[in-house]
Design a protein around this ligand. Structure first.
Ligand code: EPZ
Length: 419
């Protein structure tokens, strides 16, 4: 077992290069199943979710060549089975994209129920509704999903809930379906636009991604022969922005799209931090104790749930009382118990948490309950006085590339230690 040992407090200072977006990459990789050919994907984050995605594709028959640790060439000419490896698909959430992509490619797929961070109930009813409206039958038996369609046919689909996964999955399934599919009440996250851009580069005809109505004009075939670079990770960028504020540091983040960071920038100004938008890089600094603020997480362009725990560290240290209302996931306050072990004063009740700001946090052994909770604990450990030990690193490694190396480069005293 491994743990991270962080000694603080350290104001983080310097430059960080942001990696490609996990949540775009985990959809773009299965999307390659829709192509009968070869393509190259660049700017992939070097994280465990990507390695598992590649292994699932390989077991379905794709040939994958690593060009370097951030780029693969993938040949999906011969997809040899419609049974996805159950042990691997149950390891992470985004394995549900295999369903949309394989319905489009083969009209059939057998896949394990998706796993991923335990954030409360994570139903996939909107995905299934979308597939059924496109003409598929979907059955769930003993933890395995069986989806089948003789021929997918375009349909108007209204999402009852704004869902990132369901929007992308229906987009994947409808790219090769005959006619025009409309997704109403679609999610608008940057990774949705990125997946649509990737598919359009390969010959799809998707319009309106990034708005709440997406139209997909079905095409006969997607072509290979293209190279695509994954969008920079909005959530990794936001994590470092909030790390700069929590540690009263000064960071410049390179390779980011500042437009995607507006809700975070607005909150940083509200708590008294500074943000300078330099086009494809952003500088964030803070030289005083943050002010209190209230947050409600919302689908994009609202404040992202995936930055709520990192913002929680800032508010735990703020001057005054703050309230966070988590409107997406029912169990995303597990990290608050860990911060309380470090001296924070947080009371979480259901989807609301009250933060009575403290002047200092103190190092303690803490456990990461999910990916973003883990990132929040790394920030907290860097801001805290003394030594923090962070356990359950498998969550962090799923979504952050070389987290300790990136933090070390900007001054953190952080080591990965084998127990
Ligand atoms: C994606 O999850 C992200 N994961 C999550 O990031 C992120 O927290 C979430 O979107 C919200 O932004 C990936 O992209 C792989 P949703 P997803 O469908 O697609 C409900 C991280 O830390 N819902 O947008 O699974 C659902 O319960 C991870 O990187 C239904 O009711 O989220 C939730 O309350 C964690 N029925 C809300 O919608 C459905 O069929 C939004 O979920 C689907 C969702």
């Amino acid at each position: 077992m491994e743990k991270l040992v962080v000694k603080g407090p350290t104001p983080l200072k310097g430059e960080v290069t942001i990696s490609g977006a996990k949540n775009a990459a985990v959809a773009i990789l299965p999307a390659t199943l829709l192509i009968d050919g070869v393509c190259t994907i660049e700017n992939l984050p070097n994280i465990s979710d990507i390695k598992i995605s590649c292994e699932i594709l390989r077991q379905l028959g794709a040939k994958i060549t690593w060009n370097n640790e951030h780029s693969i060439t993938i040949d999906t000419t011969n997809i040899t089975t419609t049974k996805a490896p159950l042990d691997l698909t149950s390891k992470f959430r985004a394995s549900y994209y295999i369903i949309g992509a394989m319905l489009g490619r083969k009209g059939e797929i057998e896949v394990g129920m998706p796993g991923g961070c335990k954030l409360g109930a994570r139903p996939i009813d909107q995905h299934i509704k979308g597939f059924e409206m496109l003409g598929a039958t979907v059955n769930l038996e003993k933890g395995t999903i069986y989806a089948k369609a003789k021929k997918l046919k375009a349909a108007p689909i209204y999402m009852d809930i704004v869902s990132v996964g369901a929007t992308i999955n229906v987009m994947l399934a409808s790219v090769l379906a005959k006619g025009t599919t409309t997704i109403d009440n679609a999610a608008k996250e940057p990774h949705i636009v990125d997946v649509a851009n990737f598919l359009n580069t390969m010959g799809a005809d998707i319009r309106g991604a990034g708005t709440d109505v997406i139209k997909i004009n079905g095409v006969e075939k997607l072509h290979g022969g293209c190279t695509y670079s994954v969008v920079p990770d909005q959530i990794e960028a936001g994590t470092f922005m909030l790390a700069a504020v929590a540690t009263r540091g000064d960071l410049t983040l390179k390779n980011c799209i500042t437009k995607h960071l507006e809700s975070i920038t607005a909150k940083i100004f509200e708590v008294g931090g500074n943000v300078e938008d330099n086009g494809d890089s952003i500088r964030v600094w803070c030289n005083k104790r943050p002010n209190n603020a209230n947050i409600k997480t919302l689908p994009y362009p609202g404040f992202p749930t995936d930055l709520q725990p990192q913002m929680g560290v800032v508010l735990a240290l703020a001057n005054g009382t703050s309230v966070i209302n988590e409107s997406i996931w029912e169990s995303r306050f597990q990290y608050t118990e860990e911060l309380n072990k470090m001296g924070a004063k947080i009371t979480a009740q259901g989807k609301t948490a009250f933060f009575e700001g403290v002047k200092k946090l103190y190092g303690a052994p803490v456990y990461s309950s999910d990916l973003r909770a883990g990132a929040a604990l790394v920030i907290a450990g860097t801001a805290a006085e003394g030594e923090t030990e962070i356990y359950n690193l498998e969550h962090i490694d799923r979504g952050y590339e070389n987290i300790e190396e990136k933090f070390r480069k900007i001054g953190a005293k952080i080591e990965r230690v084998k127990e």
